[in-house]
Design a protein around this ligand. Structure first.
Ligand code: TMP
Length: 234
């Protein structure tokens, strides 16, 4: 697959066209940002680790019947994916209270929630990805009602599947963020799933194995990502 022109550079990845108009390459960088890029840094080998971790998770979800943009892993930092039209909505599931939920509602980190919370955010960096609901999505025409229903159905199914997947690795899935895109008229899972986009706590000890180590300057960031990679590779 021939890599051609850069089409987009985000905070953690770069997208390139290929000789197939339906496929693009996502290149995983070591750059890390938090709080809408107010905090910047790099995590050594993060791109390599996230590419491999995302590969494992996409392969697992594909086997379980979730349609994804994942095609093939091309190299240590490059993944071949379907070229989708991204729905500009970030979809978050929270199983345990952490992060912005604690800040906005005054809840203690680690509090068990009596049901999982699904949130939508408008994917617009200059507005700081504000929290929205299904009425905003409809009113702004970000996705059709049918697409929203499909996105919710896949997201809850992915939560069930990933919770089970990580539990088998002795990791609790606290929360995560997904992005979906349109490909040939269908909604499919896109972007990446990695310790950048999930909160992962070691079962029993509560040790944080995700980007919160960077956000909160907890140290041993590379080791945490490596630990997740080791466990998903077993
Ligand atoms: P939050 O608690 O900061 O709102 O984050 C919820 C989840 O979403 C957490 O697993 C981290 C992930 N996330 C992203 O992947 N990208 C983002 O830009 C943000 C803010 C959160």
């Amino acid at each position: 697959m021939e890599k051609r022109d850069k089409i987009y550079e985000g905070k953690a990845k770069i997208l390139y066209t290929t000789d197939d108009p339906n496929l693009i390459i996502q290149y995983f960088k070591d750059d890390a940002t938090a709080f809408n890029a107010a905090k910047r840094g790099t995590i050594a080998q993060k791109g390599v680790m996230n590419n491999q971790i995302s590969t494992k998770i996409f392969e697992f979800l594909k086997e379980e019947g979730i349609p994804t943009h994942y095609e093939k892993t091309l190299s240590d930092r490059e993944m071949l994916v379907k070229k989708v039209d991204i729905v500009p909505v970030e979809v978050i599931i929270r199983n345990v209270a952490a992060g912005s939920l604690c800040r906005s509602l005054g809840i203690e980190e680690g509090k068990e929630l009596s049901c999982s919370i699904l949130e939508f955010c408008y994917k617009e960096d200059k507005l700081n990805d504000p929290l929205i609901n299904e009425y905003h999505i409809r009113a702004l025409g970000l996705a059709t009602d049918e697409e929203v229903e499909t996105i919710k159905k896949y997201t809850f199914k992915i939560n069930e599947l990933m919770t089970r997947f990580f539990n088998s690795l002795n990791i609790d899935l606290i929360d995560f963020k997904l992005e979906f895109g349109r490909f040939e008229g269908q909604i499919i899972l896109a972007d990446e799933i990695s310790p950048d986009t999930c909160r992962l706590w070691e079962s029993g000890t509560g040790r944080k194995l995700d980007k919160d180590r960077f956000r909160k300057d907890l140290g041993n960031i590379e080791e945490a990502y490596q630990e997740v990679l080791n466990r998903v590779s077993k």
